[in-house]
Ligand binder design. Sequence first.
Ligand SMILES: Nc1ncnc2c1ncn2[C@@H]1O[C@H](COP(=O)(O)OP(=O)(O)O)[C@@H](O)[C@H]1O
Ligand SMILES: [Mg+2]
Length: 319
Amino acid sequence: MASTSSKTSQQPRNLPWVENTIQKFISEDRLPHLLFYGPPGTGKTSTILACAKQLYKDKEFNSMVLELNASDDRGIDVVRGPILSFASTRTIFKKGFKLVILDEADAMTQDAQNALRRVIEKFTENTRFCLICNYLSKIIPALQSRCTRFRFGPLVPEQMIPRLEHVIQQENIDITPDGMKAIVTLSSGDMRRSLNILQSTSMAYGKVTEDSVYTCTGHPLRSDIANILDWSLNQNFTSAYNQILQLKTLKGLALHDILTEVHMLIHRVDFPPSIRMGLLIKLADIEHRLASGTNEKIQLSSMVAAFQAVRDLVTSEAA
Ligand SMILES: Nc1ncnc2c1ncn2[C@@H]1O[C@H](COP(=O)(O)OP(=O)(O)O)[C@@H](O)[C@H]1O
Ligand SMILES: [Mg+2]
């Protein structure tokens, strides 16, 4: 389940690496404080819960493990209250250590992190901490240096596909090879997202195909993008704009997704180089403006205008 590359080695195929390392720590009974970081859906929470299940028997689990996640309060009071009292009480079952899991620790305030630093130091004797976050930079350096860090990278297709296939088989899901490919592409290394797409597409459409995956996630189909490009280049502005707007509304597409796909298609259309450059720069500008929350309709008209200008250039050059 675990997927990581260490802070020193960055190999993408990294399946059992973190598991092996932590396994070794556990078997030698010298588990350090841990810091897991990386994008969502890469197995951080699952890994520490699996370790905890291995470390503790069911009946001691609740008294030995404290798990706090984003839904719990993240201020300094939590550190001085529940965390401190959990860490400072003696263990009942055995002389081994307790485990405090702080999921989504990047949501903790600076004050809370500073207070935590002292708690970690004081109770290292009988408590281990595992901090989990998406952004390492949001954890204060003093905490980082007290933990052994593990980076969880986005999963590569070779890691996602066997797992998806297992679920597909267990759940008896009807899926085409194209559907599988679409899921892997759209989830970009996030295993949770891939499972969500698989489930919702299968529930909504029965058969999981490229089209049903794209439709279910509100992602433009290849044929939609081909149409958009065709309208933009071959019709007048008003009609191209209206047709795209209609398609966008009908299918609930986001301009940002359209832009991403159109951008990839442009590389495959045979434009004269200088014209392609101009177009790419304009599209990048639109993407930048969209990212700062501008009006989609205005940006859409800007996109159509960019294509119209390109067409006029091409025809005037040909004349
Ligand atoms: N490397 C992996 N291999 C197989 N399944 C994974 C992997 N990483 C995550 N998952 C699955 O994805 C889902 C989310 O994992 P989770 O541990 O909650 O991710 P994170 O805490 O990193 O956001 C879970 O259903 C988990 O079983
Ligand atoms: Mg998590």
